[in-house]
Write a protein that binds this ligand. Structure first.
Ligand code: NAD
Length: 256
């Protein structure tokens, strides 16, 4: 099979619906020649149903990224299926309802802690669970952020969680560089996925793109973010690590 991911074995988290950024990364990865394995949360049945819409059949493994037992058995399952891994996609984000939608000043630490654990610390725990599967030549880890430089309307504690994710990615890049493992993030513009719809007032947040995006932005199209992920998984960014690639229509660099 030809394509920029020919011969690569990739683990992809975060496929929940067809609107999931990870679904498009999975589809494009297969089209580009990769063999993939998907992880599922909360129920494998949901992900299995969506996985049937991919070009090739793929195994689905249950994974709650905060569950050490799930993380502990990942290596064996992936090794049996693919023999090893050349790439990992972290497409996971969650914050409890009281951490979103204008409640920033009153959110209890317990909810902040959950948001940080699922959305930021998990980049480290997922990568470490997969580390023994990478070959000597190394590989690529790619995560998804929403620009943490700014205080967005309604995004609340997901903002600090994304800031933590961005910093975590840089430290991962620092510590895994010796093993030739790159760690980068795609900073995506707003997309109407499940995660987005669970943010009360998401339309207000997304409206910024109607006014400030130099390139036309389509909230219903997760494919551009998927393309960014696939590019970072490929050998076409061989010396790029600790980087954040914006796939946001250009909003990140616009003045008011
Ligand atoms: P999505 O709802 O399709 O995906 C979020 C995924 O997180 C789901 O598949 C869910 O199963 C997974 N998840 C939640 N808790 C988990 C846990 N404990 N263990 C394992 N998986 C868990 O939404 P999406 O928009 O495709 O989100 C994917 C990533 O992209 C997230 O990191 C999100 O923050 C980021 N992102 C989204 C947007 C957007 O506007 N939708 C913009 C920038 C970045």
């Amino acid at each position: 099979m030809s394509g920029i991911l020919a011969g690569k074995r990739i683990l992809i988290t975060g496929v929940l619906m067809e609107s999931s950024i990870a679904f498009h990364a999975a589809k494009l990865a297969q089209e580009q020649g990769a063999e993939i394995i998907l992880t599922a949360f909360p129920r494998p049945t949901l992900t299995e149903r969506i996985a049937r819409k991919l070009p090739e059949p793929t195994k689905v493994v249950e994974l709650d990224v905060t569950d050490d037992e799930h993380l502990g058995r990942l290596e064996e399952i992936v090794r049996a299926e693919l023999g090893g891994l050349d790439g990992v996609v972290h497409s996971i984000g969650f914050a409890p309802q009281d951490a979103l939608g204008g409640n920033f000043l009153n959110t209890p630490f317990e909810s902040v802690s959950t948001a940080m654990h699922v959305s930021a610390f998990s980049l480290k725990s997922l990568t470490m669970a997969c580390l023994p599967l990478f070959p000597h030549e190394g590989g690529s880890v790619v995560g998804l952020t929403f620009d943490a430089q700014f205080a967005w309307p309604q995004y609340d504690w997901m903002g600090p969680a994304k800031a933590a994710l961005e910093a975590t990615s840089r430290y991962m890049a620092r510590d895994l560089g010796k093993q030739n493992i790159r760690c980068n993030l795609v900073s995506a513009g707003p997309i109407g996925s499940m995660a987005a719809k669970s943010i009360p007032g998401f339309t207000e947040l997304a409206d910024v793109w109607n006014h400030r995006s130099p390139l036309e932005w389509d909230m219903a199209d997760p494919e551009p973010a998927g393309r960014g992920i696939v590019a970072l998984l490929s050998d076409w960014f061989p010396k790029t690590t600790g980087e954040i690639i914006h796939v946001d229509g250009g909003v990140h660099m616009m003045g008011a």
